[in-house]
Write a protein that binds this ligand. Sequence first.
Ligand code: SF4
Length: 333
Amino acid sequence: MSPLLDVRDLRVEFATRHGTVTALDGVSLRLEPGETLGVVGESGCGKSITALAIMGLIPMPPGRIAGGSIRLDGEELIGAPERRLRQLRGRDIGMIFQEPMTSLNPVFRVGDQIAEAILLHQDVSRDEARRRALDLLRTVGVPDPGQRIDAYPHELSGGLRQRVMIAIAISCQPRLLIADEPTTALDVTVQAQIFDLIRDIQDRLGVAVILITHDMGAIAEMADRVAVMYAGRVVEEGPADAILDSPAHPYTRGLIGCIPAIDPALAALDRLPPLAEIPGVVPPLHLLGQGCAFADRCIEAVDICRKVAPPLTGRGHAVACHLHAAAAASEES
Ligand code: SF4
């Protein structure tokens, strides 16, 4: 059976003042119906570019899809006419953005914005679209939806605005929901509510979810499978349990090491250990050399790491690291 989403060897370039940079370099991802794929990595690793490419929203120019394939239910999206992509966006692929205030139109009532999304893709009357908008506000847990349907975005809290965004994203019952850092702008308790809501919607609608985040805690809660991205490449990919329990790439280990482990006894004594950190920052794309992009931050780097970029190898749980490949090879022999 073919997957719902099959991204293969995707390459995206941008023309910049430093010349052409490769923002995505051979990214491959698969997503089955109803599954949650967590895409994790620091800012600048290519997570959001991947989402924009799937939605057909890479700004061209300066961007360019330089190679690869993106298939939704077998249909190739790269090169598809803009009219077809517009049909798919909103109807088959819903997107929840980081900051609802920049995605909602401040001068329209939220109910009208949800109804507009429905009218764009479904042959229903304005009255029916409003009735469905009201149902959607109920579904996403907006209290007092009869009143809130006529509110403007600035009259709602950040959490309620994100619920409205989710209502728009699911208004046409998409097959794929892309949530790009959906809780970044929210406080911790509201973050948990939004993740609960996304999970609840997934159970009810059977929608597949791509959850883009830098938060490994959210990945542990939500994801079936995980793709770890670094500098435009997938560096580790596999079942969430395998990656969280036995991370094989030094970058993944670093990300997991950054999750605070709170021991109540030590906390009471004010003696919690210092948080781990990954030294340095993601290198600018125009400065990437031939070797492993993580080499300058990797305490395990050896000579070959600076000369040759490691390929992603392994079935089921795949890793792009020379040391891991050497260890796996010696285990096999
Ligand atoms: Fe570190 Fe080398 Fe592995 Fe890259 S290939 S993650 S530098 S050990």
